[in-house]
Design a protein around this ligand. Structure first.
Ligand code: PRP
Length: 181
């Protein structure tokens, strides 16, 4: 797996340090509120699991699956709901947890969709933000790292469903995705 990685971009230690800081911010903001944390499958799974374990306040979790990309590197702008929540959102304080915001289509769709279910509040927490790729105006309320337009994989993020189990965030060698054509 590491043969396809050009460079480790965010180490395990840096991920863990930043996640502890975000958990503290969330603990503070949601004190006494029992938020519902929503993991957007599949990319957010590592971040979500580590983040909720650092949080000390009572909270609930649920999972949702959205698909926005094909197998390649470019977003199509189409967002499809693959698996919906099991939990009712009325009156809840909802935190959407994502691995990455790229064009913003997924987050925009999620906020719009969940807003129709009458939650008390919706905020978004995202590990990586790529603002230079944004096509729709949407920004996370809590974020881990802002990154340039590199093709990153690992810690949940995939290329063609691989590399999710890399414990760090790495930059994929261009030769790997250029071979796809
Ligand atoms: C990725 C990522 C976000 C979305 C961001 O998901 O997890 O959900 O793309 O892109 P956008 O801002 O351009 O909409 P993907 O559809 O690749 O699925 P995955 O989480 O299963 O990898």
């Amino acid at each position: 797996m590491y043969n396809d990685i050009e460079q480790i971009w965010i180490s395990k230690e840096d991920l863990s340090k930043r996640i502890k800081e975000i958990a503290l911010e969330l603990d503070e903001e949601y004190k006494g509120k029992n938020p519902l944390m929503i993991c957007i499958l599949r990319g957010a799974v590592m971040f979500f699991a580590d983040l909720i374990r650092e949080m000390k306040i009572p909270l609930e979790i649920d999972f949702m699956s959205i698909s926005s990309y094909g197998a390649g590197v470019n977003s199509t702008g189409e967002v499809k709901l693959v698996k919906d929540l099991d939990t009712k959102l009325a009156g809840r304080d909802v935190i959407i947890v994502e691995d990455i915001i790229d064009t913003g289509y997924t987050l925009q769709y999620l906020k719009k969709n969940l807003n129709t279910r009458n939650p008390n509040s919706i905020k978004t927490c995202c590990l990586l933000d790529k603002p230079s790729r944004r096509e729709v105006e949407t920004y996370p309320d809590f974020k881990g790292f802002e990154i340039e337009n590199q093709f990153v994989v690992g810690y949940g993020l995939d290329f063609d469903q691989n590399y999710r189990n890399l414990p760090e965030i790495g930059i994929l060698k261009p030769s790997v995705y250029q071979e796809e054509k």
